[in-house]
Structures are given as structure tokens and as C-alpha cells.
Design a protein around this ligand. Structure first.
Ligand code: SAH
Length: 353
């Protein structure tokens, strides 16, 4: 059996340099290769036209460039939001989304094929975790979307399918590579990593020296309610996960924000808002309220806009800054996983090109 080829697009610059040195190449070749991969998003060594043909062939013999191939895209007529369906080299499908804001273009990337966290309201977890994405595959979602849209991506959120801290090393590599001066150089301050609350991951991440924003998927203000929505709450109590966030803030100086999917009859009462307020006021954590997206396979419903506004008001009264997430792409809306489902079962409606 031949040895597996190296995923060159997941390597740090110094590792690319080490590889080329081993191949007997002068050091400037490493930065040429890195630039091709990360600034120009080259998908094949044959595109690297300023390298000698012999080197391109030698690289091709020992390395591979994993990436994403566009399978479908759905464009919102309302606001230009674009949902992409990408096919990976082994045939698995993942979704990514481009969103337009006043401050720039934000891309939401997936970190795993599927997810094993089991949150009851989330479509990405229905089939469990299929596999982790490679750093190169997380990066390529950004590179392909930037090339397709023809505009610079300024912000990235790790909120597609997958739990970032369940694929920790790949996510950290992704963050370092996407912000590398030799690549796309996306500012780490413009990147948000969202976690369902894997406490060890949060604590480890606090020591990485990466000035990104950490978002915690909280979704409840007591352990009992949280357990109904998120199996991860059986592993860590709210107290443990919030203390990990306190440590994160102490170590990094960066405030953690919370996501709270509001579900009718589950976590949307005045009392819930008050409890949440008490939990977060001293911590100065910002809350992002997300009216829950209905998923066919579950029975959760969103409260009417009036009760969400009342919930927000209550939080504000407790001294907690809260915003209701602006909904983009309402005409192509739906929870994560919808585009994939429509693509696989085209009879079920939705326009996919
Ligand atoms: N695994 C990570 C990131 C993925 S999801 C995490 O749990 O944070 C990004 C956010 O969308 C999370 O807060 C998640 O809980 C939320 N979410 C998932 N499905 C949803 C739905 N149907 N309606 C509203 N929010 C949802």
C-alpha cells in the first residue's frame, strides 16, 4: 500500500517550508506554494505556473489539496444571502452560507459532516457525526465562496454543522491559517467560534492566544430546561460552563456572547428571562436571541414576535444587553441542513440551482 498523501493545505507555513526543504527546494518555493494555496485558492498543483513543472509533478506525487466542490447554491432575492452546498472529495455534502452586512461579508462555515451533540432543535445532528472536516476543507468553504461571489470575505462564523470543540485541532489550525499574513489574512477579531459548551474545550481554547469571539449556545437558564434541549447539559452543568466562560474572559480579555434559541412553551416565559438576566448580569455577557427555526423532524415552535420583544425587554431591565438576531435570507430560510435535504430529495420543493 502506498503511504497516504500529505494534506498540504492544512500545513502551517513553517511546515510547508520543512516539506519543500526535504524535497531539496530553495526556501522561497515554500512561500510561493503557500501563496498559491491560501491567497489564490489553487485547487491543483498544475495551477502553480511559476513553479517548475518537475516540482509541480513531485508535489503532486506526495501531496493532495483537499477542498470543496460547489454542488448547489440557493440565492435570496430579498437580501443576497447565498446558501452553498459543497461536495467533499469523498462525496459527503456540507453547507456554508454567505451573508451580507453593512460592515462586510460574513461566511458561516461547517466544521464537521453532521454532528454528535444531539441538540433537539438542530437539523445538523439528525444523522449523527459522519466525520470531522480537515482544516483545508474548512478553509476551502471560505476560499470557494469568495471566488464565487467575487468579493472579499471580511468575517467568519463557525456556526454551520458540527461542534468546533469536537474537532478542536482542525479548528485551531483553520483559525491560524485563515488569518495568516501569507493567506486571506482575515482578522481573528472578525471571527466567531460558537460552542454548545464543551467545558474542557473552552478552557483549552482560552490558552491559544487567538483573539476571536467565543459564543456559547446557552438556550436555557436552568439545568433542567437545558437538558431537555441539549444532551451536552447532562455532561456539564450551567455553573461549570459559565465558569469556564469567566475563565475565558479573564485570560483573553474578550467577552463571551450567548446564543439563546427561543422556543415557545419551553424557555420563553418572563420567569425564564429573569433567571437568564440573573445568571448573566454580573458577567456582562451579551445575548443573541434566535427565534427557533422549525425543523420538520421536531415539534418546536417559535414564540410570536411580541413575546420575543418582551423577553428582550426583560433582559434589558436586568442589565443584560440583548439583541434579536436579524434574519437573513428569509425567502430561502430554514434551519441548517435544509439545502442539503432539498438537494437529496428534490421532490420536496425549494429552488436549487
Ligand atoms: N455546534 C455549535 C455551532 C453550531 S450551530 C454550537 O452549538 O454552538 C449555531 C447556533 O445555531 C447554535 O447556537 C445552535 O444552537 C443554533 N441552532 C441550531 N439549530 C437551530 C434552530 N433550529 N433554530 C435556532 N437556532 C438553532
Amino acid at each position: 500500500m502506498t503511504e497516504a498523501k500529505t494534506d498540504i493545505k492544512s500545513l502551517y507555513p513553517e511546515e510547508v517550508a520543512g516539506l519543500l526543504k526535504e524535497m531539496g527546494e530553495p526556501s522561497y518555493r515554500a512561500s510561493q506554494v503557500f501563496t498559491w494555496l491560501h491567497r489564490y485558492g489553487a485547487a491543483a498543483f498544475s495551477e502553480m505556473t511559476n513553479l517548475p513543472k518537475s516540482l509541480r509533478e513531485a508535489l503532486d506525487g506526495r501531496c493532495r489539496i483537499p477542498g470543496c466542490e460547489k454542488a448547489a447554491v440557493q440565492v435570496s432575492k430579498a437580501d443576497g444571502t447565498r446558501k452553498y452546498l459543497f461536495r467533499l472529495s469523498d462525496g459527503h455534502l456540507i453547507e456554508s452560507v454567505l451573508m451580507r452586512y453593512r460592515y462586510g461579508i460574513s461566511v458561516c462555515v461547517s466544521t464537521q459532516v453532521g454532528c454528535r451533540m444531539g441538540c433537539r432543535f438542530c437539523a445538523s445532528t439528525l444523522g449523527g457525526r459522519v466525520r470531522d472536516l480537515l482544516p483545508s476543507e474548512i478553509l476551502d468553504q471560505v476560499y470557494r465562496i469568495e471566488a464565487d461571489a467575487g468579493e472579499r470575505v471580511s468575517h467568519v462564523v463557525l456556526m454551520g454543522s458540527g461542534e468546533p470543540f469536537d474537532n478542536y485541532d482542525a479548528v485551531v489550525r483553520f483559525l491560524r491559517l485563515v488569518s495568516d499574513p501569507g493567506g486571506k489574512q482575515i482578522s481573528l477579531r472578525n471571527i466567531t467560534v460558537s460552542t454548545c459548551g464543551l467545558t474542557e474545550g473552552i478552557l483549552r481554547f482560552a490558552g491559544e492566544g487567538l483573539p476571536v469571539t467565543l459564543a456559547l449556545s446557552l438556550h436555557a437558564s436552568d439545568d433542567e430546561t437545558r437538558k431537555k434541549l441539549m444532551p451536552v447539559a447532562n455532561r456539564y452543568t450551567l455553573k461549570e460552563v459559565l465558569e469556564a466562560c469567566d475563565t475565558y474572559f479573564r485570560k483573553t480579555g474578550r467577552r463571551v456572547s450567548c446564543e439563546y434559541s427561543v422556543v415557545r412553551g419551553v424557555n420563553d416565559t418572563d420567569k425564564d428571562a429573569e433567571k437568564l438576566g440573573r445568571l448573566l448580569a454580573g458577567r456582562k455577557m451579551h445575548v443573541n436571541l434566535i427565534p427557533v427555526n422549525p425543523v420538520t423532524e421536531n415539534r418546536f415552535e417559535r414564540p410570536d414576535p411580541g413575546s420575543i420583544a418582551a423577553f428582550q425587554k426583560k433582559l434589558t431591565a436586568c442589565g443584560v444587553h440583548a439583541t434579536v438576531r436579524r434574519e437573513l435570507g428569509t425567502d430561502i430560510d430554514g434551519a441548517c441542513g435544509q439545502l442539503r435535504a432539498h438537494f437529496l430529495n428534490p421532490g420536496e420543493g425549494g429552488t436549487v440551482s
